[in-house]
Design a protein around this ligand. Structure first.
Ligand SMILES: [Fe+2]
Length: 168
């Protein structure tokens, strides 16, 4: 399809996000399984549940635009997930592996934050308030997931993070 309106751009972005989230629902259990640190595994498991919700929100948003069968494939997410799988395959020191897994996961989160930020803005500009609201909710959860990953990597006042526990 060509881009003949801002709504077309919004639709394309939502279809891309739909593909990205669909891919993540498959990838996150593998990331959880590969995590050594309990908190990291739990964070991936928790984010898997959230991701299922993100997918439903994107489907709701697409339905509002009259799209019931999105076909686009998000190549960006394919690449990010492939890189994550490479991290898992490399092996090595458990905490260093977890640090690498966090690095891969944070790239995914930032990619999604960019996508949802754009989709939210486009929805607002097109007057789709309910889609804007859906994107906002997901954006919050993606941001929180990203912050939690930073916390697991860097630790807190009473607990060393993955980065400190990794063999240097
Ligand atoms: Fe998501």
């Amino acid at each position: 399809m060509g881009f003949n309106s801002l709504k077309d751009v919004l639709q394309e972005q939502l279809e891309d996000l739909h593909s990205a989230e669909t891919q993540l629902v498959v990838a996150l259990p593998k990331m959880a399984q590969a995590a050594h640190h309990d908190q990291l595994r739990e964070a991936f498991e928790h984010h898997l549940e959230e991701t299922r919700g993100h997918l439903i929100r994107v489907e709701d948003a697409l339905r509002e635009l009259g799209v019931s069968n999105p076909t686009e494939v998000c190549k960006g997410m394919q690449g990010l997930i492939a890189e994550g799988q490479e991290m898992i395959a490399m092996g090595g020191d458990p905490m260093a592996q977890d640090a690498a897994l966090i690095a891969a996961a944070q790239r995914v989160e930032h990619y999604e934050i960019a996508g949802y930020g754009t989709a939210r803005q486009l929805a607002g500009d097109c007057g789709y308030d309910s889609i804007e609201d859906l994107m906002d909710q997901t954006l919050d959860e993606e941001s929180n997931a990203d912050k939690l990953l930073t916390k697991i990597a860097t630790g807190g006042m009473f607990k060393a993070g993955v980065n400190q526990q990794a063999t240097s």
